[in-house]
Design a protein around this ligand. Structure first.
Ligand code: SF4
Length: 492
């Protein structure tokens, strides 16, 4: 049998759809493929292996997948030896259906067996037939797999995967399974490994991040983790996403306020302001509880930027229900909100509910909500004019920067700031400046920079190097070995 390690010239490309989980899973797919001897391709069309990391959350995700696969077919026909792999939530859901509808696909793998990809590609090549392998439960905790990071200055670190909740609009529990928590020592070791390579900012990631500890029955585990990460020397910014209001506890607010490295930024999904809709969404909290958390966060951290997700037009949502959402938005004064028009997701309880609303009603409410939120975002941003901000310089965040002689960075509160460029500033460096102008979705700092700190992350950006995190040795799948060993038992 030939092996991918004997064909180091084979190139790959990973295309990512969906949430941060998928973005981070794609970093792992890249890490796995590079460890198996593949190298990154310059473009989609010349890659020997194209991996589509799919998302099942959005409406029409399957149409988009089959459309993309249709476009890839002539590319593959013209490129002997090319392989196409489909992974992620949609693969977990559609399984063998994918190769039935698109027989030119070589590999289908699910959310629980990401580590199998190199072996499946190898097997498909060797057997000259499509390989579909979907695991029902997590085989290897994803963060035990190697990852090639996208950013030199900022890294994702998974602390849990899966979710024990049963929100009626959400397909995640069906596709990602029950929550699995990673041991704190392992998480902190990964954070340390990133910091050792110059990373300044880490975002702790979980579908329901503040439920962390549920598996080992420690209610204080998430706050403890924030404090422990805050003690890592050289780690300047700690963020986390996404916390669930039901599990939000005051010890997390205290840990945020008392740990200097934890950013005063909170992304906490509201989904609806109506108690009745929240009940039918099975969210497990009510308006009062949500606003209470916000009040306590603001009391402890008056400069906190709070952002949210809101769904408009959930089945049965009345005008009064929607007014309740507007009321919470007025009171919470979010820095920004991701607003979604409800759309049926097959396989979710909400898709079967009575009271599905006409598109025109949903659209009209959506426009009212975004107009209100844009006004609030703008008002809140205007309050920052004249304030000094510390920015972590970013890459690729300002499409008009070059034309306007600017660079972009993120404040500690997560806000995007476009500032006047100066000689020698690299992504990953840290600058200080003063806000001069506000728009609903960004800030501008057109004055002279007050300081510029060159960092190791900036050096890495300039050199074009990216951090890598090796997989731990337990259960690492080897090329040619079909199934990885299960490692996420109790002992990690
Ligand atoms: S908390 Fe709800 S919305 Fe979030 S992943 Fe779990 S089930 Fe889905």
């Amino acid at each position: 049998m030939s092996s991918a390690t004997e064909s180091p010239a084979r190139t790959y490309r990973v295309r990512t759809y969906g949430c941060q989980m998928n973005v981070h899973d794609s970093e792992r797919l890249s890490g796995l493929l590079e460890e198996a001897g593949y190298t990154a391709a310059a473009g989609d069309d010349d890659a020997d292996v194209v991996v589509l990391n799919t998302c099942a959350v959005r409406e029409n995700a399957d149409n988009r997948l089959y459309g993309n696969l249709g476009h890839l077919r002539p590319v593959k026909d013209a490129h002997p030896g090319m392989q196409i792999a489909v992974g992620g939530c949609l693969a977990q859901k559609d399984r063998g259906e994918i190769v039935r509808r698109a027989p030119w696909v070589d590999v289908v793998f699910g959310t629980h067996n990401v580590g199998s990809l190199p072996a499946l590609l190898e097997r498909a090549r060797h057997n000259a037939e499509a390989q579909v392998e979907i695991a029902e439960a997590l085989e290897v905790f994803p963060s035990t797999l190697p990852a090639k990071r996208d950013s030199a200055y900022s890294g994702w670190v998974s602390i849990s995967v899966g979710c024990n909740n049963t929100c009626t609009f959400c397909i995640v529990p069906a596709l990602r399974g029950k929550e699995k928590d990673r041991r704190p020592g392992e998480i902190l070791a990964e954070v340390q490994a990133l910091v050792d390579q110059g990373v300044l900012e880490v975002t702790l990631l979980g579908q329901n991040v503040n439920a962390y500890g549920v598996e080992f029955r420690d209610r204080g585990a998430f706050a403890d983790l924030l404090r422990a990460a805050g003690r890592i020397d050289g780690l300047e910014r700690i963020r986390f996403t996404s916390p669930h209001p039901r599990e939000f506890t005051d010890d997390v607010i205290e840990a945020m306020a008392e740990t200097p490295a934890v950013c005063h930024q909170l992304h906490m999904p509201l989904q609806s302001g109506s108690d009745d809709v929240l009940r039918r969404m099975r969210r497990g909290y009510r308006q009062d509880r949500y606003l209470g958390i916000i009040d306590r966060v603001r009391a402890a951290m008056p400069d906190a930027a709070i952002t949210t997700d809101i769904i408009v037009g959930f089945p049965g949502e009345t005008e009064e229900d929607f007014e309740q959402t507007l009321e919470v938005v007025r009171r919470a004064r979010f820095a920004s909100a991701f607003t979604f028009q409800y759309s049926k997701r097959p396989g979710t309880p909400a898709a079967e509910m009575d009271g599905q609303l006409p598109k025109a009603v949903v659209q009209e409410r959506y426009l009212r909500l975004t107009a209100l939120q844009d006004q609030i975002s703008w008002d809140e941003n205007r309050k920052l004019i004249g304030q000094l901000v510390e920015l972590l310089v970013a890459s690729g965040e300002g499409s008009k920067d070059a034309a306007r002689g600017r660079l972009s960075g993120r404040g500690r509160d997560g806000r995007l700031v476009h500032f006047t460029a100066a000689e020698g500033i690299r992504p990953g460096d840290v600058v200080e400046t003063v806000i001069t102008e506000a728009a609903p979705h960004h800030l501008v700092a057109d004055g002279v920079l007050l300081s510029h700190r060159r960092t190791r992350a900036g050096d890495a950006s300039e050199a074009g190097t990216r951090p890598t995190t090796p997989g731990v040795s337990l259960g690492m799948p080897q090329v040619g070995v079909p199934a990885p060993l299960p490692v996420l038992a109790s002992g990690c």
